[in-house]
Write a protein that binds this ligand. Structure first.
Ligand code: UT7
Length: 331
């Protein structure tokens, strides 16, 4: 019997309607379109404005989009994983609520948190479930409402992030398509440079922490930038080398969208032309767990069965890694 591999067989997405442009940010903080565009590549990002709506709202919409496009019966889904850094609530899983709302009544569900690498790590977990032979349909969703943890008076962070969600379905494949290899890393030194200090078990929320804005994301951008560039490039190069792939074998780089300059540095290191690099940071900014599945949605029509995709991500913690996946369908 041939080995079971785990392939992505369907994708879906949700983006909030509201567009926060660089021009509007100019009216909120001391910044300008030229600085944001040249330093990050971002022109606009989406913001979820609906009342009482969090990560699950977008996760549910992205999952419904996938189900509607693929015709998959939600009752056949075995597991729902929501990768997110902004769960609806600290306790009571976003994925569990999402699964129930989409009618995945036979699934177990849980959240996975690894900052901007949440979706990449989720791909590892989802595909391992499939490869084990125990599960046949695993729904992986990346959903983040970054606007809920961003200080819109802090120009160092508010220009970067946006809200959105993307979903993919993993199923068994017997043609050898799907996830081929992964190289995942983490390093706890990162928590000094990208964090939300308050609201967890070290520093529970209080009037004081709110007054000090410790419930918002704080990032030492320059340091994170340096780690992101070297580590994402390293893992991408490593996964090519150990799979005997040359740059000509790679169809697409599917990179986390944190900064256009980081994506370009990774592409440069593995010698990839611009036209093989998926990019949508200009439209959505950094949507944390949603960047990779949103890219797959935006480029789905261009993807062909057998294409070699290299995924790469870097995020808080630090967490990072690369995945080599063979695309499994023509749309
Ligand atoms: O996804 C998770 C991982 N996160 C990342 O990968 C993000 C990594 N970091 C970055 O993408 C970049 O570091 C940023 C986009 C956050 C910042 O870009 P930078 O080129 O590293 O800028 P910087 O922080 O070194 O600041 C350069 C200058 C500073 O002024 P001085 O000290 O040179 O006078 C900042 O105060 O730019 C200033 N600055 C701004 N100016 C206009 C910082 N933010 C802004 C802004 N508008 N929004």
């Amino acid at each position: 019997m041939s080995k079971i591999t785990a392939a992505i067989t369907a994708v879906g997405k949700y983006l909030p309607e509201y567009i926060l442009s660089n021009k509007e940010l100019e009216t909120m903080v001391d910044t300008n379109d030229e600085w944001i565009t040249s330093r990050t590549g971002i022109k606009e990002r989406r913001i979820l404005k609906e009342e009482n709506a969090g990560a699950s709202f977008m996760a549910i919409e992205a999952a419904k989009d996938l189900l509607q496009k693929s015709g998959v019966n939600p009752e056949e889904i075995d597991a729902v994983i929501v990768s997110t850094a902004t769960p609806d609530m600290p306790v009571a899983s976003t994925a569990v609520y999402t699964a129930t709302k989409i009618g995945a009544t036979n699934a177990f569900a849980f959240d996975l948190q690894a900052a901007c690498s949440s979706f990449l790590y989720g791909m590892s977990v989802a595909s391992t479930y499939i490869e084990s032979g125990r599960y046949k349909k695993v729904l992986l969703i990346g959903s983040d409402k970054m606007s809920s943890i961003i200080d819109y008076t802090d120009r160092a962070t508010c220009i970067i992030f946006g809200d959105g969600a993307g979903a993919v379905l993993f199923e068994p494949n017997e043609e050898g398509l799907g996830l081929q290899d992964e190289y995942l890393r983490s390093d706890g030194i990162g928590r000094d440079y990208l964090k939300i200090e308050a609201g967890g078990s070290i520093l529970p929320p209080s009037e004081e922490t709110v007054k000090n804005k410790q419930h918002f994301v704080h990032q030492e951008g320059r340091t994170v930038f340096k780690f992101a560039v070297s580590n994402m490039a390293d893992v991408s190069e490593k996964i090519l080398t150990r799979n005997n792939l040359t740059k000509d074998d790679v169809s697409w780089l599917v990179s986390h969208q944190a900064n256009k300059r980081i994506i370009e540095a990774t592409a440069d290191r593995i010698g990839l032309d611009e036209n093989k690099v998926m990019m949508n940071i200009h439209k959505y900014g950094n949507t944390t767990s949603a960047t990779l599945p949103l890219l797959l949605n935006d480029y789905e029509k261009e993807l062909k069965k057998g294409d070699n995709l290299i995924f790469a991500a870097f995020g808080g913690g630090f967490t990072w890694g690369a995945i080599y996946l063979k695309w499994a369908y023509n749309s």
